[in-house]
Design a protein around this ligand. Structure first.
Ligand code: ADP
Length: 189
């Protein structure tokens, strides 16, 4: 199985590149952010997730891990998965390793998109015009998301580096240029 973790700060282009990679390698794309947003809005779980996400904070690990695992279990007989926006904490990374180990598989590669902070802020504000997402439209919330990324999520790269699975990809350029860089890194494995 090809299990790719697509990593990077908010606005790095994970969603866009995931859709291209999904087609290229016939993978299942799981974005935890999308899964949270797709929950029935009247459910307690959706309300809870929204209470964190709308403020730019991470949803607690216990809930996120459970949601991710049940999302993966929906698919059988697949070539692999693109994990987009998961793991976002080291505890989530440990949980994913254990979960995949039980399924006799493992993370193949972590692809980390590198984009300067100023460009991230511009991209998110631009995306807000079409996404309708409360967490994209407000510069203060964007700041919180980037701060949470630097504090809780960036260390996850170290986790995969220690397993020799981290590849850093320049995330600035055209969508096609970045896609080519990702493909080269995957095919080099
Ligand atoms: P982005 O990558 O642009 O920040 P996402 O759509 O991936 O946006 O996520 C939106 C929000 O959903 C996050 O800010 C967070 O509140 C929540 N979320 C998504 N994935 C996770 C995760 N793995 N752990 C905790 N919270 C998450």
């Amino acid at each position: 199985m090809l299990n790719l973790v697509l990593f990077g700060p908010p606005g790095a282009g994970k969603g866009t590149q995931s859709e291209l990679l999904k087609k290229q390698y016939d993978l299942v794309h799981i974005s935890t952010g999308d899964v949270f947003r797709a929950l029935d809005e009247n459910s307690d779980l959706a309300q809870l997730a929204k209470s964190y996400a709308d403020k730019g904070n991470l949803v607690p690990d216990e809930i996120t891990i459970q949601i991710l695992e049940s999302e993966v279990q929906k698919h059988t007989d697949i070539n692999g998965v693109i994990y987009d926006g998961f793991p976002r904490t080291t505890d989530q990374a440990v949980a994913l390793d254990k979960f995949l180990d039980k399924k006799d598989t493992a993370v193949t590669l972590m692809l980390s998109l590198i984009v300067p902070e100023d460009e991230l802020k511009e991209r998110l504000l631009e995306r807000a015009k079409v996404s309708g997402r409360a967490d994209d439209a407000n510069p203060e919330i964007i700041k919180t998301r980037i701060a949470n990324y630097n504090k809780s999520t960036a260390p996850v790269a170290e986790f995969y580096k220690n397993q020799n699975k981290l590849v850093e990809i320049n995330g600035v350029g055209t969508i096609e240029e970045i896609f080519d860089r990702l493909i080269q890194a995957i095919n080099a494995r």
